[in-house]
Design a protein around this ligand. Structure first.
Ligand code: AGP
Length: 600
């Protein structure tokens, strides 16, 4: 028999209170849809018995199967499952129930020793129904139960290895949910005569904005009239309730066809909000980057690209050398790090496993950990010595857009903070939101080009210097939402290999604002044209040379070279969006992707 490893970026929702739980669960699960999932399910305690419904596919399938069932239960848990390996089927969907049928559990993460646990359970005569690691937890809780759900959970977690978050309910104590966080995110929602649990804040926003993010190694005991948080030894903890400043509207589409489009168009505001937080020269940090011998940036995906842009600014304004590393690579690389190093971890979610654990490993070796995160109260936020927030609000589209420009804004403010020209540079940054608005107002031109090239199967994105990371980011956007092969490359490096890809069917997007490498960029564009490639040039307004050279141009306002990445990225975000939408693809939840990657 083959075994499955179920890796999860799943969604968890739980409710215990005085209203029908099902409404909360379904609404909460819908708000977690952006995480990506393949099946969904709920478990409710209805008239002293467990009622479990699970369906493969979208949440609407689950809603259909619940249609007409009058479920008034006031305690329940729900789940969206996202599997990377193995079968997607109802049997493997959550919630999972225990041998006695009295316990139901939803889980996010991996129980690494589940095979061993499963063997032990089977040797005790317990019939294992699914192919998941999750089922082991619920059987163990059932076996360990001696009249107190909390105690059974505390005993069970001692035998689990891996990273996980789970929530469990039992008919033996119908008004109670016990949930655990260990490596996967979990947030408690605090209500009046009702309490909630969810893997992410947007699931809670329709019901409460008072939240307690759990830390790794914490267990919450939720009842309608109170909640208690313990460590794994069962010691009671005191935690602060946080108020979430986002409103529910900012977590909804606001009239746009997709969250991604809404988030692209939100950038004038989100950049303004972020920049306003960093206007004063002194408020940023209690230290200067110059106090360190080196800055090591760790991040993944889009956040990594922001780090690459940040490297140019930090080195220019502080003269401190910067290394930018993929978190997943550096984690196992034995890099010499110590007290003189500043680790700068960049993460929208603050929950990305690779970023967190590589940064924490360096912190353990004595480095200072500074993070740039969007989600306040996220694991990385709490684990860092200092945090700088991007005030971009919740980002729902799987493809990061507004958080990328917000990350760059924080990086720029951080770079110029202690420099002589800080005021002048920040004034340049303050003009960016307005310029972004101007670029976005010309989205129709980008749409036209997107439709013209939507059927191409390969793209090349070229840039140099500050716009090389933008070429990488533009290519990533196209790949992830339109599934079209795109390669981002430093334009000057192209002649060392990738130029062989150029032909009349492979369009090139070339970033050529008038900066210090403009002339070099023009030569690289000529190299593409000479090989019959079509070139979409992104450059400054009124640049006649660029207009003459390129097949098409997209123009952005003239700005200081430092500010160009804020503007050149916008047409690339729109270009990817319009192509994906034209191809009829699921823009906000692209195949195979999850918003937050909490597994290695
Ligand atoms: C970006 O569009 C991607 N969805 C992905 O590369 C993302 O940036 C990466 O997973 C890092 O996420 P984080 O910023 O939340 O750590």
């Amino acid at each position: 028999m083959f075994s499955l490893i179920i890796l999860t970026m799943c969604g968890i929702v739980g409710y215990v209170g005085t209203s029908p739980a099902l409404i909360v669960l379904l609404e909460g699960l819908e708000r977690l849809e952006y995480r990506g999932y393949d099946s969904a399910g709920v478990a409710l305690i209805e008239n002293g018995r467990l009622h479990v419904d699970k369906k493969v596919g979208k949440i609407r399938e689950l809603v259909r199967s619940l249609w007409g069932k009058e479920l008034k239960a006031m305690t329940g848990i729900g789940h969206t499952r996202w599997a990377t390996h193995g079968e997607v089927c109802e049997l493997n969907a959550h919630p999972h129930t225990s041998c006695s049928g009295d316990f139901a559990l939803v889980h996010n993460g991996i129980v690494e020793n589940y095979r061993e646990l499963k063997q032990k359970l089977e040797s005790l005569g317990i019939e294992y129904k699914s192919q998941t690691d999750t089922e082991a937890i619920v059987h163990l809780i059932d076996l360990n139960y001696e009249g107190d759900l909390l105690k059974a959970v505390l005993k069970t977690i001692k035998s689990l290895k891996g990273a996980y978050a789970f929530a469990v309910i039992s008919t033996r104590e119908p008004n109670r949910i016990v949930a655990v966080r260990y490596g996967s995110p979990l947030v408690v929602g605090v209500g009046k005569n009702e309490n909630f649990i969810a893997s992410d804040i947007p699931a809670l926003l329709p019901f409460t904005r008072e939240v307690i993010p759990l830390d790794d190694g914490e267990v919450v005991d939720l009842r309608p009239d109170g909640l208690f948080i313990y460590d794994f030894e069962g010691n009671l903890l005191t935690k602060e309730v946080m108020h979430v400043p986002w409103d529910i509207i900012s977590a909804e589409k606001g009239g746009f066809k997709h969250f991604m489009l809404k988030e692209i168009f939100e950038q004038p505001r989100t950049l303004g909000d972020t920049i306003r937080g960093y206007i004063s020269r002194d408020i940023i940090l209690p230290f200067s980057l110059r106090d360190f011998r080196r800055v090591v940036v760790v991040a993944c995906g889009t956040s990594y690209h922001a780090g690459l842009v940040g490297k140019y600014w930090i080195e220019k304004y502080t003269r401190v050398p910067v290394e930018v590393a993929y978190a997943s690579e550096i984690r196992y690389a034995d890099m010499p790090v110590g007290e003189n190093d500043l680790v700068l971890a960049i993460s929208q979610s603050g929950e990305t496993a690779d970023t967190r654990f590589s940064a924490l490993a360096m912190k353990e070796k004595g480095a200072t950990l500074l993070s740039i995160v969007n989600v306040m109260g996220s694991a990385l936020d709490r684990e860092s010595d200092h945090t700088l927030y991007t005030h971009a609000g919740p980002e729902i589209g799987v493809a990061a857009t507004k958080t990328f420009t917000a990350q760059m804004a924080v990086l720029f403010a951080l770079s110029v903070n202690q420099s002589e020209s800080a005021q002048e540079k920040m004034e340049n940054l303050l003009k960016v939101p307005h310029l972004v608005e101007e670029v976005l107002s010309k989205s129709e031109k980008v749409k036209e080009l997107a439709l013209k090239y939507a059927n191409s199967t390969d793209f090349l994105y070229l840039g140099r210097f500050l716009n090389y990371p933008i070429a990488l980011e533009g290519a990533l956007k196209l790949k992830e939402i339109s599934y079209i092969h795109a390669e981002g490359y430093p334009a000057g490096e192209m002649k060392h290999g990738p130029i062989a890809l150029i032909d009349e069917k492979t369009p090139t997007v070339a970033l050529a604002p008038r900066d210090r490498v403009y002339e070099k960029m023009l030569s690289n564009i000529e190299e593409v044209l000479a090989r019959k490639g079509k070139v979409i040039g992104v450059g400054f307004e009124g640049d006649e040379t660029l207009r003459k050279v390129c097949t098409h141009t997209i123009e952005i306002p003239q700005v200081d070279e430092d500010m160009t990445p804020f503007l050149t990225i916008l047409p690339l975000q729109l270009f990817a969006y319009y192509i994906a939408d034209y191809l009829g693809l699921d823009v906000d939840q692209p195949r195979n992707l999850a918003k937050t990657v909490t597994v290695e």
